[in-house]
Design a protein. Structure first.
Lengths: 146, 129
């Protein structure tokens, strides 16, 4: 149930966006939180196949994540497990679902990054807390009271 | 009033993932968020004070407090007949850190993903056209 969702529209057809997300060549062009380079990109985008991406950030640190493709439906959907090598960024296995839908200007892409746990539980609880969390965070941004 | 002892602060013994799940599950409910907001303003409050603004009965409020305590979001201490409830900030910090970590990761890449796909789209159109 712990999850983050980001939605974005891209002016390219779903098949092109899908390849940008799932092929090694595509991944190498954008993966990572800043403009630092992708050093290794490997992807075998079929159910049971694996991926591995190593990238360097602008601060010089290198990070590597890898996982298994749990579901691949071109050009609509890809689901993969996610684990950081070394585990410093997040020690747990998580799950990324990328859904692509056609819209007039091209593709709407939805990234959902969630902790790996029981799907049923996740679906039933995955509602409306994100906005509230922002507010809570603003409130709790002060010192530790306890 | 019957009181139950809170378990030892669970967030210190169960693993990180379970802690996060509990935090988010606890925060899904609007009444529980309102209770936390009250506690944030007052720092501490009795169960009766916390229940006051709500149309629900005291036992229902107690249930919400159980969930919040199990998630480690509050502590309850009993003194005589009064139970004092206090906020614990750590679980929310942990949840926010998890979210912001991955939000930075994906939103950072999305611009480049869009630029790269849009370039491919333009290229494929110019080939066809």
């Amino acid at each position: 149930m712990t999850s983050l969702t980001l939605v974005r529209r891209i002016k390219a057809r779903p098949s092109i966006v899908f390849d940008a997300v799932t092929t090694a060549e595509g991944i190498a062009r954008w993966w990572g939180p800043d403009a630092g380079p992708v050093l290794i990109a490997e992807a075998d985008p079929r159910k049971g196949g694996r991926y591995r991406v190593r990238f360097r950030m602008l601060d010089g640190t290198e990070h590597e994540c890898s996982g298994e493709y749990l579901d691949v439906v071109r050009p609509e959907r890809v689901v993969m497990s996610w684990r950081w090598k070394g585990g410093q960024e997040d020690p747990n296995e998580s799950r990324v679902e990328i859904a692509l839908g056609p819209v007039p200007e091209g593709t709407e892409i939805t990234f959902t990054h969630s902790l790996l746990n029981d799907d049923e539980t996740r679906r039933t609880h995955e509602e409306g807390w994100t906005g509230s969390l922002d507010k809570l965070e603003a409130r709790f941004a002060g010192g530790e009271a306890v | 009033m019957t009181t139950r002892h809170d378990p030892p602060i669970l967030s210190d013994v169960v693993n990180y993932q379970q802690r996060l799940d509990r935090t988010f599950a606890a925060l899904v409910d609007p009444t529980r968020r309102a209770i936390l907001a009250q506690l944030e303003r007052k720092n501490s409050a009795s169960v009766g004070e916390l229940a006051e603004p709500f149309a629900i009965k005291l036992p229902a409020v107690m249930k919400h407090l159980d969930v919040l305590a199990e998630a480690g979001l509050i502590t309850r201490t009993k003194s005589g007949r009064t139970v004092t409830v206090r906020l614990r900030h750590q679980p929310i910090r942990e949840a926010m850190a998890w979210l912001s970590h991955y939000e930075r990761f994906w939103s950072g890449g999305l611009d480049r993903l869009a630029a790269s796909a849009e370039l491919k789209e333009a290229e494929s159109r110019s080939k066809v056209g």
